[in-house]
Design a protein around this ligand. Structure first.
Ligand SMILES: Nc1ncnc2c1ncn2[C@@H]1O[C@H](COP(=O)(O)OP(=O)(O)OP(=O)(O)O)[C@@H](O)[C@H]1O
Ligand SMILES: CC(=O)N[C@H]1[C@@H]2OC[C@@H](O2)[C@@H](O)[C@@H]1O[C@H](C)C(=O)O
Length: 366
C-alpha cells in the first residue's frame, strides 16, 4: 500500500561533467523512500557538448545560452518520454554559471517547456530561491542523502561523497529526528573532482576522461603540487561553501611541465586531497564514506581516497544504492518536497539563515 502523499516522481540531472542526462524514478512522500523505479541515461553528442561548453560561465541573455537551453530541453524530452507512470517531474537543468556571492546561479532549460511536452507537472529552478535567501544554492542532494541513510538502516554518522565534475559531501547524523533538525546534516563542496582531470584529458589527448584511471596509474603524484593546492584558503574555509565547475581550472596552467601521466595522477590526487581536507569540518568522525557519482568508477581516485582518509570508503552500491542515478533520484525526491511545500535546504546544507524551500512548479495546460 502506498504511503499517504507518496508519488512516483521522475528526476533528471544534467551534471557539471557535461556528459549527459541521468533520469530515474522514485516513489516517495519527500520524507522516506518507498521504492526506486527505472532509470535511463542519455549522453550528449559531441556537437551538443560543444554547444553546452560554449555557454559555460554565461548568464541569461548571452547569445550562447538560448542554444544551450534548447539542447538541454530536447535531450531531456527525448530521454524522459521513455518513462511511463510518472506523476511529477523534478528537472534540474544544466548549471552554466554559479556565483552565489555575486550574480546568483544559472541552470539552463525551461521546466515550463518540459511540462507541456511531457504533460507532467514539473518542478524546476531548484537553486535560485536558496541563493536569494542568502544560501549557496548547492549542494541540494543532502535532504535526499538523509533519506538514503535512513533507507539503508544507518545508525551512526556517515558521509555521502559525490564525485562529479565538482566534489560534494554530506555528513549525516541518521539518528536525528528529521533532515530539517539542527545538526542532522552538514554539506558542502569538497573541491574540484573530475572536471580538471577531464579538461586535461580533452586538451592533451582529445579524450573525454581518464577511463578507469589508466593514465593516472602510469604516472606519479607530484605531492608538493598537491600540498601547494591544499594551501588555498578555500579548503580550510568552514562550510557552507560551493564551487563553480571551472573555479579551479587554473590548476592546469601549473601542470604544463608534467607528463600526461604525472599530470593525470596529480589531478586525481588533488580531488582526493580535497576530500581528505574536508574531514576537519565534520561535526563528528565517520566510520564510513559512501561514494557516488562517476568518480567512483575511477580506481585510482578511490585508491587515493583510501590512502588519505582513515574511514572505510565504499561505492554506494555496497549499501544497495545506485551511484549512477543518485542525483537524478535526488531531484525526483526534492520535487515531491517542493510540491508538498517542504524545505529543500537548511543552515547545515546550503547555509541559508533558516529552512528554505526552492523550486518553481509548472503545470501542463489542461
Ligand atoms: N570508468 C571511469 N573511469 C574514470 N572516470 C570515470 C569513469 N566513469 C565516469 N568517470 C568520471 O565521472 C564523470 C561523470 O560523473 P558524473 O556523471 O557523476 O558527473 P556529473 O553528474 O556530470 O557531475 P556533478 O555531480 O558535478 O554535477 C566523467 O566525466 C568522468 O570524469
Ligand atoms: C551549482 C551546481 O550545479 N552544483 C552542483 C555541482 O555538481 C556537484 C556539486 O557541484 C554540487 O554542489 C551540485 O550538484 C549536486 C547534485 C547537489 O546540488 O547536491
Amino acid at each position: 500500500m502506498r504511503k499517504d502523499g507518496a508519488l512516483w516522481a521522475l528526476g533528471a540531472m544534467s551534471g557539471t561533467s557535461l556528459d549527459g542526462v541521468d533520469a530515474a524514478m522514485v516513489l516517495t512522500d519527500g520524507v522516506t523512500i518507498e521504492g526506486f523505479g527505472p532509470s535511463a541515461y542519455r549522453p550528449y553528442t559531441p556537437d551538443e557538448q560543444d554547444l553546452l561548453r560554449a555557454a559555460l560561465g554565461q548568464w541569461p541573455g548571452d547569445p550562447n545560452v538560448a542554444a544551450a537551453a534548447e539542447t538541454v530541453e530536447n535531450a531531456h524530452a527525448e530521454v524522459l518520454s521513455r518513462f511511463t507512470g510518472a506523476e511529477l517531474l523534478g528537472f534540474h537543468g544544466q548549471t552554466l554559471a554559479h556565483d552565489p556571492a555575486g550574480r546568483g546561479t544559472h541552470q539552463c532549460g525551461n521546466g515550463a517547456v518540459l511540462a507541456q511536452v511531457l504533460n507532467l507537472p514539473t518542478v524546476w529552478d531548484f537553486r535560485s530561491c536558496d541563493v536569494t535567501m542568502g544560501g549557496q544554492g548547492a549542494p541540494l542532494a543532502p535532504f535526499f542523502h538523509f533519506a538514503c541513510a535512513r533507507h539503508i538502516g544507518a545508525t551512526e554518522p556517515l558521509a555521502v561523497l559525490n564525485l562529479g565534475g565538482v566534489g560534494n559531501l554530506t555528513w549525516i547524523d541518521p539518528t536525528a529526528d528529521k533532515a530539517e533538525a539542527p545538526g542532522a546534516l552538514l554539506a558542502f563542496d569538497t573541491g574540484p573532482a573530475n572536471a580538471p582531470l577531464n579538461d586535461l584529458m580533452r586538451d592533451r589527448l582529445g579524450l573525454p576522461f581518464d577511463a578507469d584511471g589508466a593514465l593516472a596509474a602510469q604516472g606519479e603524484v607530484d605531492e608538493a603540487f598537491v600540498a601547494m593546492v591544499m594551501t588555498d584558503p578555500w579548503f580550510d574555509h568552514p562550510p557552507p561553501k560551493s564551487l563553480d565547475r571551472n573555479d579551479f581550472h587554473g590548476l592546469l596552467d601549473h601542470l604544463e611541465m608534467l607528463s600526461d601521466a604525472d599530470a593525470a595522477a596529480t589531478l586525481t590526487a588533488v580531488a582526493a586531497a580535497g576530500v581528505a581536507a574536508a574531514q576537519i569540518h565534520f561535526p563528528a568522525p565517520v566510520s564510513r564514506i559512501l561514494v557516488t557519482g562517476g568518480g567512483r568508477h575511477n580506481p585510482r581516485l578511490m585508491a587515493e581516497l583510501r590512502r588519505r582518509i582513515p574511514s572505510t570508503i565504499d561505492p554506494v552500491e555496497a549499501a544497495g544504492l545506485d551511484g549512477d542515478m543518485l542525483e537524478a533520484q535526488a531531484f525526483a525526491f526534492l520535487a515531491v518536497r517542493v510540491l508538498r511545500k517542504m524545505a529543500t535546504s537548511s543552515p547545515g546544507t546550503t547555509g541559508t539563515p533558516a529552512l528554505v524551500g526552492g523550486g518553481q512548479i509548472s503545470r501542463p495546460d489542461p
